[in-house]
Design a protein around this ligand. Structure first.
Ligand SMILES: Cc1cc2nc3c(=O)[nH]c(=O)nc-3n(C[C@H](O)[C@H](O)[C@H](O)COP(=O)(O)OP(=O)(O)OC[C@H]3O[C@@H](n4cnc5c(N)ncnc54)[C@H](O)[C@@H]3O)c2cc1C
Ligand SMILES: *[C@@H]1O[C@H](CO)[C@@H](O)[C@H](O)[C@H]1NC(C)=O
Ligand SMILES: *[C@@H]1O[C@H](CO)[C@@H](O)[C@H](O)[C@H]1NC(C)=O
Ligand SMILES: *[C@@H]1O[C@H](CO)[C@@H](O)[C@H](O)[C@H]1NC(C)=O
Ligand SMILES: *[C@@H]1O[C@H](CO)[C@@H](O)[C@H](O)[C@H]1NC(C)=O
Ligand SMILES: *[C@@H]1O[C@H](CO)[C@@H](O)[C@H](O)[C@H]1NC(C)=O
Ligand SMILES: *[C@@H]1O[C@H](CO)[C@@H](O)[C@H](O)[C@H]1NC(C)=O
Ligand SMILES: *[C@@H]1O[C@H](CO)[C@@H](O)[C@H](O)[C@H]1NC(C)=O
Ligand SMILES: *[C@@H]1O[C@H](CO)[C@@H](O)[C@H](O)[C@H]1NC(C)=O
Ligand SMILES: *[C@@H]1O[C@H](CO)[C@@H](O)[C@H](O)[C@H]1NC(C)=O
Ligand SMILES: *[C@@H]1O[C@H](CO)[C@@H](O)[C@H](O)[C@H]1NC(C)=O
Ligand SMILES: *[C@@H]1O[C@H](CO)[C@@H](O)[C@H](O)[C@H]1NC(C)=O
Ligand SMILES: CC(=O)N[C@H]1CO[C@H](CO)[C@@H](O)[C@@H]1O
Length: 647
């Protein structure tokens, strides 16, 4: 596969020099970008180019073996490892926001957990935009279109994997992302599920059905036929890699979009090219495009606003301070950033089997890896967090606590909207509208403030050499549905300088309250039957050694350890202009004629799920919108050509 890519690079030099016209140039070959690019290239009359900063990485074991998540190069050179700015509510720590830097983007290094969010949250996108085509019912066909689902086999079903066929893509001629279940389950998962049911959770018949506030086994983006990861590259590149109309250049970092001097009248700015650097080269290469062609930004929630700002589109004050000459003032580019926030409760256990020996004993680890290669079973045949639940507000707050919190949030709506919007009046209205809808979801018990999942091994903040050599049970408590909003902006004209990423974790008190309450629920789970049968005492947060109450102690603990969950969204929000949006519901950037955005950055309101399935849906929907637009413009052109003859 590598030689063909190298020859593709050589071929491209030829293409640029001969100015062969591309209809669509994608900046970033990740989850959303590859999806839309690949679908567009299904049309033989359309020429698609994808520029991806990272390499092709599908042949690395740490990419294709599910259980090698995070190993090898996955979290080194295949990861942008964006640093956050000092987080004021997190002891001023700098956290890491990971994002894949490879063909396939974050789907190449992610945890492959593949559920969907509560349907009410997608409906909020529609409400904010007054557009019913961006609601759960209208989007479900695009979720289904993206996947080719393998139902659980007998072994997986006996371990709790379930599915409802009406929510899945089952047609191999249509679907692309292979979705299935892992080949190994720990008995602790079932214990945890029973405990959760005992504590009031519902049982989920399928975590993709739009009602994930229930406990169940999540599907994974895994090819069930050979138990390998199926990334966006596996799904949308490999099957089409030899198509002449689908050109992918790896190791190509885009530095900016170039604008036509004819543009920027009332019809908007017009992109006329894309500039990029091949790895190890100091001279940029420019791909020119015609005015009917489009540039698609798909560099991810942190990457996309960066490229647009480097191109002179953004808040002029911020651009000038960074040393970039503004071309178009579009003040909300890079704003509205939201991310999930990860944390854990860990406990000692006397369970007979845990994953800890894998982390501690290299000989055992090698035996299990050999088993994966021979049989596609064993510890490496799945990543962590297979059994999970979205936690409804009613399971972490009493009625009166919730009433008080919602009351306080309502009273402070304007204050936080203003604080989060960087002085932008439209965005303040947009954030206020988001918060109002979030409060409604809280009232309806549909807000999905947390995810919990069980790891039958140590899954917490302490490195191996700083914790007891023991066996563990861990419950992840992840803050979902945050009300906090931050931003990501450039501070240099150099395309190789990372932007300033500020997710503003915990800057809204409702986020803090939900997160702390989640830790309390996880502690209670550890000590409730039947999970209590393997409980050997808590390791973290541990006993309250502070002078404060339990809430204060947990808060202080979390400030010191909570980690980014690598689900950033919202920096190029799909919202009306007067609510601070960056793109419209056709995903076109306001004020620009031929640039769209297709990645997690358009998500206007965070959703309570691992978000890759949602980004694939966005890619499918985007391709559909773009195909219709092409159809329409070709019809208009033929009418325009016809009309002189009729005169
Ligand atoms: C470690 C980790 C674990 C995760 N676990 C899960 C999980 O278990 N389940 C789940 O559903 N989701 C998970 N996610 C989240 C999910 O994978 C991402 O939200 C989703 O893939 C993002 O898609 P995207 O298209 O927005 O961006 P990406 O897929 O990240 O694509 C952006 C692409 O643009 C490229 N790019 C950036 N800048 C430039 C430039 N200047 N020029 C050229 N190319 C550029 C990048 O290299 C990348 O390939 C995880 C993410 C990470 C990082
Ligand atoms: C991309 O860069 C990697 C090193 O990061 C290299 O191994 C690979 O050959 C390069 N691929 C192409 C197509 O240039
Ligand atoms: C993040 O910060 C660390 C510590 O300051 C630094 O070593 C690293 O290079 C930074 N990473 C990025 C991608 O900026
Ligand atoms: C964080 O940094 C700010 C500004 O430097 C400082 O005022 C504040 O006291 C710091 N907070 C903590 C917890 O260290
Ligand atoms: C919402 O859209 C409908 C039609 O799609 C339109 O009639 C209505 O005026 C719109 N409402 C607002 C507030 O824009
Ligand atoms: C797994 O199967 C897919 C085809 O479904 C194939 O492309 C891939 O190379 C296989 N991977 C491994 C490691 O066997
Ligand atoms: C090219 O760049 C890669 C990645 O930055 C680096 O590892 C490699 O050493 C460079 N090769 C040369 C010949 O400079
Ligand atoms: C951890 O569990 C393994 C079995 O999975 C067992 O062999 C080992 O002794 C246990 N370690 C401790 C410290 O209890
Ligand atoms: C190999 O896989 C089969 C099912 O595919 C399973 O029944 C068997 O137990 C596995 N062998 C080992 C040694 O795990
Ligand atoms: C909520 O606020 C209203 C006034 O704004 C007050 O009357 C009511 O008692 C409050 N309810 C709670 C539960 O605090
Ligand atoms: C632009 O950014 C500056 C600096 O962050 C901020 O003060 C200002 O309010 C922003 N302008 C608009 C219109 O959003
Ligand atoms: C409490 O314990 C934590 C973790 O062991 C430690 O970091 C912290 O300094 C301790 N606090 C006090 C007041 O002793
Ligand atoms: C626009 C364009 O270049 N289309 C080409 C797509 O590929 C087919 C062959 O599969 C060519 O015939 C078209 O010219």
């Amino acid at each position: 596969m590598m030689p063909s890519l190298t020859s593709v690079v050589a071929f491209l030099f030829y293409l640029t020099q001969t100015s062969l016209g591309y209809d669509y140039v994608f900046i970033g070959g990740g989850t959303g970008g590859l999806t839309a690019a690949s679908r567009l290239a299904e049309n033989r009359n359309v020429n698609v180019l994808v520029l991806e900063a990272g390499p092709y990485a599908e042949d690395l074991p740490e990419v294709f073996i599910p259980g090698l998540f995070g190993k090898g190069r996955a979290f080194t050179d295949l990861d942008w490892k964006y640093n956050t700015t000092a987080q004021g509510q997190m002891n001023n720590r700098t956290l890491i926001v990971r994002a894949g830097r490879a063909l396939g983007g974050s789907s190449t290094i992610n945890g492959m957990i593949f559920p969907r969010a509560p349907e009410e949250q997608y409906d909020v996108w529609g409400t904010l935009n007054n557009d019913s085509s961006w609601t759960w019912n209208a989007l479900l066909p695009f979720f289904k279109k993206s996947e080719i689902f393998t139902p659980p086999n007998e072994f997986q079903a006996s371990n709790g994997a379930q599915y409802l066929p009406e929510f899945h893509g089952l047609d191999p001629r249509v679907g692309r992302v292979k979705v299935g279940f892992p080949n190994f389950f720990f008995p602790q998962s079932e214990l945890w599920e029973k405990t959760a049911l005992h504590l009031g959770f519902r049982a989920s018949p399928d975590l993709t059905n739009g009602e994930p506030d229930a406990v169940g086994v999540s599907p994974n983006s895994i090819d069930a036929a050979n138990n390998t990861r199926c990334s966006a590259a596996c799904a949308y590149y490999t099957p089409l890699k030899d198509k002449p109309n689908f050109t992918v250049i790896t190791n190509a970092t885009v530095s900016r979009i170039i604008w036509s001097s004819a543009g920027n009248g009332s019809s908007g700015l017009i992109a006329s090219g894309v500039e990029y650097f091949l790895q190890n080269q100091t001279e940029p290469i420019v791909v020119n495009i015609g005015p009917q062609s489009e540039v698609i930004l798909s560099a991810g929630t942190i990457g996309s606003p960066k490229v647009l700002e480097l191109s002179g589109v953004g808040n002029s004050t911020i651009l000038k301070a960074a040393g970039v000459e503004p071309v178009l003032d579009h003040a909300t580019v890079g704003e509205n950033l939201a991310d999930h926030l990860h944390s854990w409760v860990t406990a000692f256990t006397n369970a007979s089997v845990t994953g800890d020996p894998i982390l501690q004993d290299p000989i055992f680890a090698q035996q299990q890896l050999d088993l994966w290669f021979k049989n596609r079973t064993g510890f490496y045949s799945g990543a962590s967090g297979k059994t999970l639940a979205i936690v409804p507000p009613s399971l972490i707050f009493t009625d009166s606590e919730l009433k008080r919190l919602l009351n306080e949030t309502s009273a402070d709506l304007l204050r936080f909207a203003r604080e989060f919007s960087n002085g932008n009046k439209n965005l303040a209205k947009g954030i206020e509208a988001q918060h109002k809808l979030a409060l409604k979801l809280y009232e309806a018990d549909k807000a999905g403030p947390l995810e919990m999942n069980l790891s039958p091994f140590y899954n917490g903040p302490k490195p191996l050499d700083q914790r007891p050599r023991s066996n563990f049970t861990s419950i992840a408590v992840v803050l979902y549905a945050p009300l906090s909003r931050g931003r990501s902006h450039i501070n240099s004209p150099n395309p190789f300088t990372p932007p300033l990423v500020d997710p503003a974790y915990w800057s809204h008190p409702l986020d803090v309250a939900a997160h702390v309450a989640g830790i309390k629920l996880a502690r209670k789970m550890m000590q409730s039957p039947p999970l209590s049968s393997i409980y050997g005492g808590e390791f973290e947060p541990g006993s309250n050694n502070s002078t404060g109450d339990e809430d204060t102690f947990i808060k202080d603990f979390l400030k010191g350890v909570a980690g980014g969950d690598n689900h950033p969204v919202g920096t190029m929000a799909m919202l009306p202009r007067d609510l601070g949006g960056v793109v419209d519901t056709d995903l076109k950037v306001y004020g620009i004629r031929n640039v769209r955005v297709v990645d997690a950055s358009i998500i206007p309101f965070p959703v309570s799920a691992h978000i890759s399935s949602t980004v694939y849906m966005i890619g499918e929907r985007a391709a559909d919108i773009i195909k219709h637009d092409l159809q329409r413009s070709r019809n208009e052109q033929s009418i325009a050509l016809d009309s002189p003859l009729k005169l």
